[in-house]
Design a protein around this ligand. Sequence first.
Ligand code: PEP
Ligand code: MG
Length: 761
Amino acid sequence: MTLDANIKSTPPKLMQAIRQAMAGTESVQERLDDFVVAIQSSMKVKVASIYLLRPGAELELSATEGLKKSAVHKTRMKPGEGLVGHVALTARPLNLADAPSHPLFSYRPETGEDPFKSFLAVPILRGGRTLGVLVVQSERERTFTEAEVEDLLTVAMVLAEIIIDDERVGGKKAALKGITLAAVKPERFEGKAFAPGLVRGSAHLHLPPVAPANLLAENITVEQNRLEEGITILRASVDAMVSGEAASLSRASKEIYETYRMFAYDRKWVKRLREAVSSGLTSEAAVERVRNEHRARLMKAKDPYLRARLHDLEDLANRLIRALGGEQLGPGARKLSDDAILFARELGPAELLDYDRKKLRGIVLEEGSATSHAAIICRALGIPLVGRADGILDMIETGDAVLVDGESGVVHIRPLQSVEDSFDLRMNVKGELARAYEALKFQPSVTKDGQEMSLQLNAGLLVDLPQLDQVGADGIGLFRTEFQFMVSDFMPKLKEQTALYQQAIDAAGTRPVTFRTLDLGGDKILPYIDPVPEENPAIGWRAIRIALDRPGLMRYQLRALVAAGANRHLRVMFPMVTTVDEMIQARALFNREVDRASALGLDLPKKIEVGVMLETPSLAWQVSAVCDHADFVSVGANDLMQFFFAADRDNARVSDRYDPLHPAALSVLKFIADRCNMNNTPVSVCGEIAGRPLEAVTLAALGFRTLSMPVTGIGPVKAALLKLDAQDLAKEIAPHMSVESRLSSLREIVQDYCTRNAIPI
Ligand code: PEP
Ligand code: MG
């Protein structure tokens, strides 16, 4: 370990003075005054001033030692105006020997700053935002030393922590009560609604940077050693990631790790950390300070490459803080407040399920897509999710009040009372709608032209089961069995699998439950099985492909299903079947388990139906053939559409580029429905589109009679179907579905039809 020779080994006097100022419990003004006095005397300057950003984004002189006190709360400037405004705008320190000669210098006579030449100002940063500016000035013309700049940056950071901390506790400490900062002003973001619902709560940042408890180091040498150790552990963990799996990594993933490693070894980053620790901060506080500096700079970057870099640095900073805290560098237990709205850049399905769902009210992502599994799980659990809220993470702090509108995709942060009021009103209206759906609960879903529809639930966990009765679903059309595997830390035992399947069948009573065998691979990764790195996991070794190559796991699961179905009605289907032959092989595996149970004299299911999921275009063209080997067909429209349009459902840039109501897609769906109906093979749709009223009425017009959907879809879809004449809509859309059609979507046509016919969509 090499350290600079001139590093100080005791906390500077300034830090001791700041510590004292922090210990006080005075009012706002007194505390700020203490700060400036401490700075002025220990830095041996003539002036120390604090400018804070007020609502309306004006900087206001809030405390000073050395300028005229009468100017406090009077002198104001816009960011960008004068030297102080310039520092606020650029979020960078400004160190001038002769400030009045600087072109940006703007003279404020009321402050009496005429005699002061040298000028050092640093931004007060928190969460990438500028809360204000801290300034010191002296009469003598001189440039402040690097150490002095560091000291002032450190003081600014302590100040920022106090401001934010005080805001968070609602000014309880009375430290800054009465001062509202622009940093806590309301913000409105427009994202995309990926799971419906209106919800209010308080923000919780996913893997939030742990705010350092101690900002100031007791002993700088000890702290320097801690930092070096932390960096060593961090680098070792990143090295292990890169070299451990390097041979087998796909190019894309490898690049990510390589870039990550580059950051971990970035000399400038480490140098800034060392400097911050040498100025008296704890290692954690140093990480925060450097993170804030990066955020302030990179946040402004429009370039996605630079912004992605910011996320890498954030990630690395989090990792280093965890290393410093002695934590293992793996995912930890995640706690939530009672009304949490989770904010994250992106969230995998397993990550989402790491959180206590009872406390999780809503989710806001900077990225995400409608068919990502996080979105699907949210819809299943009735958790509103807004995605693609670009830049929102830079504006939010854990604890901020939030309104999430999962209908329009709008998120309000720290909303004004008037916004809250109208939101409440809408929540009430929604409540009324929910009551209207409730009233339809026991009504059969029969269209106006007499088509009997079956509206079923997509489910996967125990928590989903009570929803069957809550919304009056006609069964479970898709039971995603892999969810149980994804939420456990260990492979679920045969007994556990059997128990869950039994509970699902019991909860459904006489209604059917369709179990889909494990759909692993793609983004569904089990924590206890090493993923096989693949270039294109969605079209890689997943679902039935794994099951047929390594039948052990599926046979085990089929055994559990056969056991759970004893004396009951058992329906099982296989995901991602691409050829008829795969269906034949899968069915043979199932039959072996039934034969085994029979040979052992175990009770067998009263009725068995084995179906196929139709989620690949190739199988669509062999649908009649596969009907010979399947008791039913369930169209997995999420995957079918992703493969049909060659658009990754998990890639936000392309996932909703193509409309499933594209005439070509509808023609394929109609082809499937027609062939199944001709073969007397029951057919259903279980992708997300089944749960949206407009799409659902279209599916009914195409000939589908069973739709399986997230719980939130049942009420609205039933309300729409009750008003639909399916044959009439079929006639309406038929001319637009010819191969000559050049339309990209029939959405407007269906929408218009529904409006004319008072179908609520
Ligand atoms: C589908 O692909 O449409 C489907 C229902 O399965 P999953 O979303 O689980 O892939
Ligand atoms: Mg699928």
